[in-house]
Design a binder for this molecule. Structure first.
Ligand code: ATP
Ligand code: MG
Length: 249
């Protein structure tokens, strides 16, 4: 298996008042190319923080993060911004769309920052919107559509620059079950096409879309396992539930 990201003794402490709050406590983790990696763990265990560190949204306190051969600990903000735009597609729980831009504009912004060929990019954005089932909403503002539609727009935005990896922090956390399914179906389709994905989720069904589960407790990797690619969904759900029950999840 080819490694796409790895960390060495990764640590993050937040400063709260005059107190240090240790949140990530020495994580050595390899993320493999083509995997749909799921991060689970109880609330406050550090899942979001880990994803922010891996994506460069937050700097680590100490330790190393490598994206293939590129160190992303201690690099300049300018280089980090470039990596975030070109190498990583991030999907947030609360969508994070720019409120005064249309769907089409929201998707095109990161693309225009990377490439010049506006005509080609508009075509690509529209093809992605079509694939996500939101082409008819190209001229709408985020406030004029549903949460599920906003999340599909943010997925189109995340993939427009053909990122090496997609990172999603509870992408269905604010969605009803129909909208969740639509978003998860898109992630599954991307995964089937070879896209590397990391997703944080609390939800067993969502987690079963992935092929590797990593369990975080108190800012450390406690355990992990892999599904067989051919296992039926029901079997996956039972296996995952049994595994999590053993962790007092
Ligand atoms: N900016 C911050 N300043 C201080 N403490 C923080 C900050 N961000 C997160 N924390 C603390 O770090 C710990 C881990 O937070 P994190 O958001 O990574 O957890 P999580 O596993 O994603 O939880 P959840 O499942 O509720 O989303 C929590 O105790 C949280 O209060
Ligand atoms: Mg979180």
């Amino acid at each position: 298996m080819e490694t796409i990201i790895h960390t060495k003794d990764l640590q993050k402490k937040y400063i709260s008042g005059n107190r240090e709050v240790p949140v990530i406590n020495g994580i050595d983790l390899e993320i493999y190319k083509g995997d749909f990696t799921i991060i689970m763990g109880s609330s406050g265990s550090g899942k979001s923080t880990l994803l922010y560190l891996l994506s460069g949204l937050e700097p680590p306190t100490s330790g190393e993060i490598w994206m293939e051969q590129q160190a992303i600990h201690g690099i300049t903000e300018k280089l980090m911004t470039k990596l975030r735009r070109e190498v990583i597609g991030f999907v947030f729980q609360d969508f994070n769309l720019v409120p005064n831009l249309t769907f089409l504009e929201n998707i095109l912004i990161p693309a225009y920052l990377v490439k010049n060929d506006r005509k080609a990019l508009q075509g690509k954005a529209k093809r992605l919107m079509d694939k996500m089932g939101i082409l008819n909403l190209a001229d709408r503002l985020p406030s004029e559509v549903s949460g599920g539609e906003q999340q599909r727009c943010s997925m189109a935005r995340a993939v427009i620059n053909d990122p090496q990896i997609i990172m999603a922090d509870e992408p269905t956390g604010n969605l009803n079950s129909n909208s969740s399914k639509a978003v998860l179906d898109i992630l599954s389709e991307l995964y089937d096409a070879g896209q590397s994905i990391i997703m944080v989720t609390h939800d067993i069904k969502s987690a079963c879309r992935g092929n590797r589960i990593v369990y975080i407790r108190d800012g450390e990797v406690e355990d992990e396992f892999r599904f067989e690619r051919t296992e039926p969904v029901k079997a996956k759900e039972e296996k995952l539930l049994a595994w999590l029950s053993g962790k007092n999840w």
